[in-house]
Design a protein around this ligand. Structure first.
Ligand code: 4NP
Length: 164
């Protein structure tokens, strides 16, 4: 038996980008029949939106593509989250810095788009933007989540078939 691989998606407010990333990842893992190999959550560096559902624009852009965004915002909880999660997936470099400053081990942190095909490095913060900015976030996240899922299945023996 293997335990699930745990993945925490992290952004600033935990209402726009990381809830969408979490929802897309879960959707894709379910579609591939591997959802049970993962424990997935999301959190924000800030606590302004604790307890709130995701931004309606994130919920809408997901719903339009069959992805249900269910998360309720919370702030990261150091050091518990850093002990509990195998991987911390940051949306931009500022998130990486925030996680590092809060005490996360650098080797557990990855940039979300490092798993994507594009030359884009950061998922732009859409909070003060338009619906189109949220669509762009989805378009960046979808292939990156697929890449992350593939990478975890290939490279993290806890997610792969070893031990089953
Ligand atoms: P997120 O977007 O980090 O993608 O959830 C933001 C949401 C809220 C704020 C900033 C970014 N805010 O300052 O409240």
């Amino acid at each position: 038996m293997t335990r699930p691989v745990s993945v925490l998606f992290v952004c600033l407010g935990n209402i726009c980008r990381s809830p969408l990333a979490e929802a897309i990842f879960v959707h894709q893992a379910r579609a591939r029949g591997v959802e049970g190999r993962f424990r997935v959550d999301s959190a924000g560096l800030g606590r302004w939106h604790e307890g709130e559902r995701a931004d309606p624009r994130s919920i809408a852009v997901g719903a339009a593509r069959g992805v249900e965004v269910l998360s309720v915002a919370r702030q990261i909880r150091p050091p518990d989250d850093f002990d509990a999660f195998d991987w911390l997936i940051a949306m931009d470099r500022a998130n990486v810095e925030g996680l590092t400053r809060a005490g996360a081990a650098p080797e557990r942190i990855r940039l979300m788009l490092s798993f994507g095909p594009s030359g884009v490095v950061e998922v732009p913060d859409p909070y003060t933007g338009t619906a189109r900015d949220f669509e762009r976030v989805f378009e960046l996240l979808e292939p990156a989540c697929a890449g992350l899922l593939e990478w975890l299945l290939d490279h993290d023996e806890r997610a792969g078939t070893i031990g089953e």
